[in-house]
Design a protein around this ligand. Structure first.
Ligand code: SAM
Length: 448
């Protein structure tokens, strides 16, 4: 990879000679890979991946490269993530009772980690401005088996208008100039320019302004980027600290982590409370992480949400029939029909202003005289919550992930819905119909 001359020149000016040499050299090394295990589902002893190298300070984080098409991935047991990026959600320390916003969330690295840390409780809103990326985020939320997460597809300003002073904790993992991506994706350096850094820095301020509107007094905001550029890092933190009611929350540094550099922000000493993860010191691709709080102690506001729609008598009957024949020990606090789709909502929102892609758990769809469960439901329940489960052999798995139905030799299965697993890891619905196991793995997840 040839790094842009101007990029190198900037860091040569900013760093002492020995550090610049080490920094430059680190960018010629292969990228560091990591992954997280899903504590909501996975059992360590049944994983295919090696967990020999934990990432220090990160719950369920490990070094190593995973395969995107493995059963562990398909079943939502693992998520690939740069080890330095894992520190953002870990430092945000979201609590199970909190309302948390992941404002720039796709593809979902921080979202899945925040939700795991919250034990899939409280309320997590994962927002992504770009529609295609919001769909990817939504499918990762589904794969991870989340029930208390809402995926929205709004601009930060639209969200701020709908949800002022609503959140206890906000993560802004901002779109940035991506200097920390160069090793993983060398083509990222083709788009590097000083003008882009300046553009990103301005955009980040706009996103942060909207985030501050949504933060309740007493709440905390975590700001991160995967770039080294001071304009987007220390200088934006310095700008943030000049906003009304905002105070620094100094972050604890683990071994090999650097502190924010006052010299890179006109000697603003407070930026030392932030962390810099440099690839020549920390084993990862690089990140900047800072935290601030909003003064005051007001509780978060309640949006004027619509009240829940009621199920029709027919819908109640179909849902109950499905529940009693397929599930065991499963109940939901609230049920909300939306056209023919049934949801267990995570929150009630002013729908008109928000583009909500998923609100909590999509249970399934009412069809003519039957209820058809959604893929999200099979991904969110634990093995003991199904009346029937079919564990595939390696050969059957190879056919099933292509979308094929299976002939059942074993007559022990009653007609109806079955959770399908491989190596005891549930990843799809199947339906027993006339001696066959019909395949309900969504088309987009099939392996060709
Ligand atoms: C660094 S990525 C987020 C990565 C994600 N947090 C994760 O851990 O997987 C930044 C995201 O911000 C989104 N974005 C771009 N422009 C934006 C804007 N003006 N406001 C909010 N988000 C924006 C991008 O589409 C991108 O998905």
């Amino acid at each position: 990879m040839t790094l842009p001359a101007m990029f190198l020149n900037r860091y040569q000016q900013l760093m002492a000679p020995a550090e610049f040499t080490a920094f430059k050299q680190s960018l010629t090394q292969p990228a560091t890979h990591g992954f997280r295990i899903n504590p909501l589902k996975a059992s360590l002893s049944q994983l295919q991946e090696s967990v020999a190298q934990p990432v220090p300070g990160i719950a369920n984080g490990y070094y190593g490269q995973i395969q995107g098409q493995s059963i562990d991935h398909l079943a939502g047991w693992i998520y690939s993530q740069d080890p330095s990026a894992m520190n953002v959600a870990q430092l945000a320390a979201p609590q199970a009772h909190e309302r948390v916003l992941d404002l720039c969330a796709a593809p979902g690295g921080k979202t899945t980690q925040l939700a795991a840390l919250m034990n899939d409780q409280g309320l997590l809103v994962a927002n992504e401005i770009n529609h295609q990326r919001a769909l990817v985020l939504s499918s990762n939320v589904e794969r991870w088996g989340l029930t208390h997460t809402v995926v929205t597809n709004n601009s930060p300003e639209q969200l701020a208008q709908a949800l002022p002073e609503f959140f206890d904790c906000i993560v802004v993992d901002a779109p940035c100039s991506g200097e920390g991506l160069f090793r993983k994706d060398p083509s990222a350096s083709d788009y590097w320019s000083v003008a882009n850094i300046q553009f990103c820095a301005q955009r980040q301020k706009k996103i942060l302004t909207a985030a501050l509107t949504m933060l309740r007094p007493g709440g905390r905001l975590i700001y991160s980027t995967c770039t080294f550029a001071p304009e987007e890092d220390e200088q934006n933190l310095s700008w943030l600290l000049d906003q009304p009611q905002i105070q620094l929350l100094p972050l604890p540094a683990l071994s090999k982590m650097d502190r924010g550099r006052p010299a890179w922000a006109q000697q603003r000493m407070a930026v030392q409370g932030a962390l810099r993860l440099f690839p020549h010191h920390y084993r990862g691709e690089g990140h900047f992480i800072a935290a601030v709080s909003k003064q005051g102690t007001a509780p978060s506001t309640r949006p004027a949400g619509k009240s829940l729609k009621r199920l029709s008598a027919d819908q109640v009957q179909l849902w109950q029939q499905f529940q009693t024949t397929t599930l065991t020990g499963v109940s939901f606090k609230q049920l909300q029909p939306q056209a023919e789709v049934l949801w267990a909502p995570a929150g009630i929102f002013p729908q008109s202003q928000l583009k909500i892609i998923r609100n909590g758990l999509r249970l399934g769809q009412f069809k003519k005289k039957r209820f058809e469960p959604d893929h999200a439901l099979v991904m969110a329940l634990s093995p003991t919550q199904f009346q029937q489960r079919f564990d595939l052999t390696a050969e059957q798995f190879a056919h099933f992930v292509h979308g094929e139905a299976l002939i059942l030799k074993n007559k022990a299965y009653a007609p109806g819905w079955v959770a399908v697993s491989y190596q005891q890891k549930i990843f799809a619905w199947g339906k027993v119909v006339q001696g066959q196991l019909k395949n309900f793995l969504p088309k987009g997840l099939r392996i060709q």
